[in-house]
Design a protein around this ligand. Sequence first.
Ligand code: SF4
Length: 248
Amino acid sequence: MPIRSRNLYTPGSPDPFKLSRSKVQMFLECPRCFYLDRRLRVDRVDGPAFTLNSATDTLLKKEMDAFRERREVPPIAAQHGLNAVPFQHPQMDDWRANFRGVTYLHPESNLQLSGAIDDLWQDLQTGELIVVDYKSTSSTKPIDLNDAWKQSYKRQMEFYQWLLRRNGLTISNRGYFLYVNARTDPDAFHDQLLFTSQLIPYDGNDDWVDETITAAGQCLAGSQAPAATADCKWCDYRTCASAVLTGH
Ligand code: SF4
């Protein structure tokens, strides 16, 4: 049963309520699911774990840590004309750790926001910090950010930019997605996957974040679940299944 007993919002509680970036994304997708999840204890069904993506993330972090240690521009940055090095900071390990991440207490809503970044680089000319997010895929088509479902990637980047700014850091609007693409042209698997890497720039705008956090807080404090999102296949499924089972 996806019924939870922890991390439940209690109206009127003076304690800050923890909310991760993925839950903010859930609120954007459907306030009703968000309310069911954080207020009424019913977890949304998880998808499978993306373990290959986790493996590439771990290896990229190790690779970038070597450049961070030596304060060297990574070749992938130089190839894209970027004079930037992975940023050294005593909190970097916390900022990158799941269930810790970059945190900020939003005073208006009393929500404690968090998000685990993949990396931060520093522009050696301007001193600005650049959010870098790792992504893995396997595609024979050129990779861009134009698919509708990649809107959530853009929001993810903007949320990290907002969190880091609220921590007093100077963050460039331009972030980068470091995409690694598993090639399918080798003649066989041979116990290895070969990847090509590319940096895709994205100019973020975090204007939406503050008002969204306020709205999420109001949603949680409300006494009724918001309406379902139109055209949601999961709600349609639940309604149809319920109708069939109850004979209505
Ligand atoms: S509309 Fe979809 S996303 Fe929203 S509550 Fe229903 S199942 Fe969840």
